[in-house]
Design a protein around this ligand. Structure first.
Ligand code: ATP
Length: 318
């Protein structure tokens, strides 16, 4: 059961968080606030500083500068108090391979001081939830990557933490298992009110489950907001279908009127794709075409996706 406390106090708050490894600045003045029950994804290329951020927030690493607070406490100085309320799925699942799945869960239940009278029931529940009941008494060393990942997720959740840090939760999972994890993450926040911070390269997962995403670059957050907010900051794409044989003339009119837009005519059919159009220009495009005595059959604004947001920050070549 997730404990209730002040709704307004952020669960995670980082200010000017910085971590150096020698000359390398892995996290560089990062500011981040995560509210109770929120699901937030940290996105970014390899080496952007996502894992280091999570490791500091989980109390595994100390920051070189800046402040990190989890439940209002220092994750390092107040380690035991923070960790008892925190579930972590590390980048490398760190399971004990010589133990069975059940033994792994029991070991961590002991570490977290889970009530003894409830532990067997809770382990059985987690094994069922993550589809591992049949494999419960097999050694983890013989598990597939996906099974290990599911067990590591079960371990992160079994002591009913208020906050979850998940590093690449769908890594190594087949599409079916990945979809199940995605559904389970939605349940964590919507159904159980749990706060989740996850690092992922899976933009589909971030779009599907996250309330907000933070895009990191060179150790800092360079964009943060809901997927819709971030997408809404990008110039729109408009698809316009005109009358048979009118495509070329429509293309020329739009190019002349909107010189900064990128306009393409589909090889088949009289359909224009217009990118980099200033926000709210669709009615002007329609008026322009109709004014040029062209027939407008279809006007379809296409929303930017999180992938478009990501590539607008990192560029197509990274
Ligand atoms: P990925 O997507 O590949 O997991 P990431 O965004 O999680 O990357 P980090 O693992 O936080 O990035 O690494 C950020 C930078 O810090 C990288 O350049 C990495 O090589 C460096 N780094 C991380 N941990 C250490 C360490 N223990 N010693 C030295 N450098 C490190």
């Amino acid at each position: 059961m997730v404990r209730s406390s002040s709704r307004d106090a952020p669960v995670v708050a980082a200010t000017g968080l910085t971590r150096r490894f020698g000359e390398k600045v892995a996290v560089d003045g990062l500011d981040l606030v995560v509210g109770r029950g929120e699901v937030l994804a940290l996105l970014g290329h390899n080496g952007a500083g996502k894992t280091t951020t999570i490791r500091i927030l989980a109390g595994v690493l100390t920051p070189t500068a800046g402040s990190a607070r989890v439940f209002g406490l220092s994750p390092f100085a107040d380690g035991p108090a923070v960790r008892s309320r925190l579930g972590v799925l590390p980048e490398n699942h760190a399971l004990e391979e010589r133990l069975t799945a059940r033994q792994n869960l029991r070991y961590y239940a002991d570490v977290y001081g889970y009530p003894r009278e409830r532990v067997d029931g809770r382990i059985a529940e987690m094994l069922t939830r993550f589809g591992l009941t049949d494999a419960a008494d097999r050694k983890v060393g013989g598990f597939s990557k996906g099974m290990k990942q599911r067990l590591a997720l079960a371990r992160a959740l079994q002591h009913e933490p208020e906050l979850l840090f998940l590093d690449e939760p769908t890594s190594g999972l087949d599409p079916v298992a990945s979809r199940e994890v995605t559904a389970s993450l939605r349940e964590q926040s919507a159904g159980e009110g749990r706060t989740v911070v996850l690092c992922t390269h899976d933009l589909g997962l971030a779009q599907a489950v996250c309330d907000r995403v933070a895009v990191m670059r060179s150790g800092a957050v360079v964009a943060i907001g809901t997927p819709a907010e971030l997408a809404g900051r990008l110039p729109g794409r408009l698809i316009v279908e005109v009358g048979l044989g009118e495509g070329k003339r429509a293309l020329e009119s739009v190019r002349a009127a909107f010189p900064d837009a990128a306009v393409e005519l589909a090889p088949v059919g009289d359909e224009l794709t217009i990118d980099h159009l200033p926000a709210g220009s669709a009615p002007r495009v329609v008026a322009l075409l109709v004014g040029s005595e062209l027939s407008v059959y279809r006007v379809e604004p296409v929303r930017a996706t999180l992938q478009d947001v990501y590539f607008s920050i990192y560029g197509e070549g990274g």
